[in-house]
Design a protein around this ligand. Structure first.
Ligand code: TXA
Ligand code: MG
Length: 332
């Protein structure tokens, strides 16, 4: 049985409204992907440039045939192995996909999220739901319904509350539109897991922190900014400095000596730190770190920190995505 909240959310989508909903990665700000006016509202509410394409969320892998002109064998293999899950596939778009969704590009991003409420919504709606992360452009992605309300307030018609997101960082984006699969954004699904299913190493072409892709003329395929290349996407107001655990004490003393309000985010509690350093709760292993990362970045701002010293987790598995987001936050 479909819950009352989901019935309401579906009717909002049908009349062109906006529904914020939980996914396993972060909360999304959804609209009917087949309705260009509804999709335009997403850009208006987020304050996001219109050439940034949106991911279309669907209830099951079979639905990609309605949105993609062609799905290579690698696409079906990845969909079978990882959907529902934190993986977005970039595929050649089907003719009927609105330009509002693709930013005018020849490709479309598709994903089946692994979150019960999201799947209930997508199943009951029946169509594709275009959704970016449910934050204002340039802010940290929301991982609770409260984050969404704080960021978007009454601009959203409905916020479905599914509790804190289980994964905590955005989906891994794999481009299958140009032959060899390429990872465009590190995320909740590890590169190691992708390689294992594809049977070969996968190229990661995520643009380095701080680099912003030079967008070409609007209307060309190159006009789409590479995903997540704007470092400000992941940055709190506090300045983030990424450093090794054994460098924290000296750097913290230095900054505290300059009268700065300094906080620490690290996998474990560290010993021998100077008094006055505001330790956020330890983030834990890579998975736990990913899950709490955006919450902690928000917490740094709530505490009014000037500088957040961040020790990344080991860069394997999802740890690579966490380190990537910290570096982007630091580059801002
Ligand atoms: O985990 C996620 O992916 C979340 C949840 C809500 O699904 N969504 C998300 O959406 O992170 P957003 O819009 O904040 O980030 C999606 C990224 C953008 O950087 C966008 O440029 C890229 O995906 N993207 C979407 N469609 C694309 C396409 N056709 N070609 C290249 N990049 C694309
Ligand atoms: Mg986003």
């Amino acid at each position: 049985m479909v819950s009352r909240d989901v019935v309401d959310a579906v009717s909002v989508l049908r009349r062109g409204g906006l529904v914020a909903f939980p996914t396993e990665t972060v909360y999304g700000l959804g609209a009917d992907a087949a309705n260009p006016e509804a999709v335009a509202r997403i850009f208006a509410v987020k304050g996001r440039p219109r050439n940034h394409p949106l991911i279309v969320h669907v209830a099951e892998a079979a639905a990609v045939k309605e949105w993609a002109a062609h799905v290579p064998d690698d696409g079906w293999a990845l969909a079978e192995a990882f959907w529902p899950g934190p993986l977005t596939l970039i595929l050649p778009r089907a003719a009927q996909v609105p330009d509002a969704v693709t930013g005018g590009a020849g490709t479309v991003g598709l994903r089946v999220p692994a979150q019960p409420l999201a799947l209930e919504l997508l199943g009951a709606f029946g169509g594709g739901v275009a959704a970016p992360s449910a934050n204002r452009f340039g802010r940290v992605s929301p991982t609770t319904a409260a984050h969404v309300r704080a960021d978007l307030g009454s601009a959203v018609d409905v916020v479905l509350d599914g509790g804190p997101c289980a994964v905590g960082v955005e989906s891994t984006i794999v481009d299958l539109s140009r032959g060899t699969p390429r990872v465009l954004r590190l995320g909740g699904l590890s590169v190691e897991a992708l390689s294992e299913v594809l049977g070969h190493a996968v190229e990661v072409t995520a643009v380095a922190a701080g680099e912003v892709s030079g967008a070409a003329a609007p209307g060309t395929a190159e006009a789409v900014p590479a995903p997540g290349t704007l470092s400000s996407h992941y940055a709190p107001a506090a300045r983030v400095e990424v450093l090794a655990a054994d460098a924290v004490a000296a750097r913290a003393s230095d900054l505290l000596g300059q009268g700065r309000k300094v906080g620490l985010l690290a996998p474990q509690r560290l010993e021998g730190l100077p008094p006055g350093l505001d330790g956020l709760p330890p983030a834990g292993g890579p998975q736990a770190y990913a899950q709490c990362l955006y919450q902690r970045l928000r917490e740094a701002d709530r505490r009014g920190l000037d500088v957040l010293l961040a020790v990344p987790p080991p860069e394997t598995g999802i740890g690579a995505a966490v380190a990537d987001r910290l570096r982007r936050a630091a580059a801002n």
